[in-house]
Design a protein around this ligand. Structure first.
Ligand code: KIV
Ligand code: ZN
Length: 385
């Protein structure tokens, strides 16, 4: 039996915190509609108290989008919650996401408070938010570095106060997958009312572990993942939506499914990259330019014989037309033949060997070998035929 995994997209809130990536309301509405078409379940549309622009964006996204739940962030402060609630007034289904720091660092140095006071503030915030919406998510900021028994206590209390989702952020991207999985398992095993709420993962990528930590969280019982398109977000970013969704699709041993329309992944990635002016690194998993490009001779030969020799995902599944066989000085004869065949030049045996030798000399001196170069190499044979 497999469970639904709720996809909570925070591209427009945590993702948009990246310097230089700010979007105006109109652009945010475009992204929100693309996220709806992609099939995300919850859109975190902004942090309404932070600016009039963010407030307005949550309002407009609530009007423009029908299927996903619209979520607004707030601190555990009544004024924040009031503004978040107002911003959600047009949402068909609205959620307030409130919370407070729970690690010794946050309690002592950021909030200058005590564990008892932190629990009281978390509980009061959830109860206050419940006056406006039924669906209240609580975030335990910096849970990744929190003290396990304290985390269990606060999570139990906010669930009793009415939290429908409990978010366990690894805010600083500190955890290793085994540690993050153990935090979720500890909550599952030791919080008496844990089954009354959904556990959410929210991981940052400071050690490059965000996807691995998120998957570990799901394997230990989390049923909501908080993600962004292309993994954008504070510092090294958040967990990337496309990586988690495809990891789950590839590994049937993880007993969950998502509602993501995977063939829309690539176009959504490009849209976010373009609007946010944030290039996608070429080797980025799933959506990078090279994610389905084969350049070494051994791999090219293998993939031309059978795609699955070197591909675990059919590129079409994520909206990429086809894999590419890139011509470089490391390419083999099979790759060259593949490209020549596509040009309508079918060479075999000695002729192919001759062209391949000339190709290697050219490829050693040139980064990109294109159509024009190939036509130059085979010109002699075309004249003869
Ligand atoms: O990383 C984090 O802890 C957050 C919370 C505000 C949810 O983004
Ligand atoms: Zn975050």
């Amino acid at each position: 039996m497999s469970d639904k995994l709720w996809i909570f997209d925070t591209t427009l809130r945590d993702g948009e915190q990246v310097p230089g990536c700010q979007l105006n309301t109109q652009e945010k509405v475009v992204v929100a509609k693309a996220l709806e078409a992609l099939g995300v379940d919850i859109i975190e549309a902004g942090f309404p108290i932070s600016s009039p622009g963010d407030f307005n964006s949550v309002l407009e996204i609530s009007k423009a989008v029908s299927n996903p739940i619209i979520c607004a962030l707030s601190r555990a402060v009544e004024k924040d919650i009031d503004v978040a609630a107002q911003s959600l007034k047009f949402a068909k289904r609205g959620r307030i996401h409130t919370g407070i720091g729970v690690s010794p660092y946050h309690i002592q140095f950021k909030l200058r408070s005590t564990p008892v006071d932190i629990i009281a503030r978390g509980v009061a915030a959830v109860k206050y938010a419940k006056r406006f919406v039924e669906d209240v998510e609580f975030y335990a900021e910096d849970a990744g570095r929190s003290e396990p028994d304290f985390l269990c206590r606060i999570i139990e209390e906010v669930i009793k106060a009415g939290a429908t989702v409990v978010n366990i952020p690894d805010t600083t991207g500190y955890c290793l997958p085994e540690q993050y999985g153990a935090i979720i398992a500890n909550l599952k095993n030791n919080v008496p009312n844990i089954d009354r709420a959904i556990i959410a993962t929210h991981c940052h990528n400071d050690l490059g572990m965000a996807t691995a930590n998120t998957v570990a969280g799901v394997q230990h019982g989390a049923r909501q993942v908080e993600v962004t398109i292309n993994g954008i977000g504070e510092r090294a970013g958040n967990t990337s939506l496309e990586e988690v969704v495809m990891a789950i699709k590839c590994h049937k041993s993880i007993p969950v499914y998502t509602g993501i329309v995977t063939p829309k992944i690539y176009q959504t990635s490009r849209l976010v990259s373009k609007l946010m002016n944030m290039p996608v690194q070429p080797n980025k998993a799933i959506v990078g330019r090279n994610a389905f490009a084969h350049s070494s001779g051994i791999h090219q030969d293998g993939v031309l014989k059978h795609r699955e020799n070197y591909e675990i995902i059919d590129p079409k599944e994520v909206g990429v037309d086809e894999s590419t066989i890139v011509l470089t000085a490391r390419s083999g004869r099979a790759a060259l033949k593949h490209h020549l065949d596509a040009l309508g030049v079918e060479l075999e045996g000695e002729e192919l060997r001759e062209v391949y030798e000339a190709f290697l000399i050219l490829a050693d001196s040139k980064r990109d070998i294109g159509r024009k170069d190939l036509l130059g190499l085979v010109g002699k044979f075309m004249e003869e035929s």
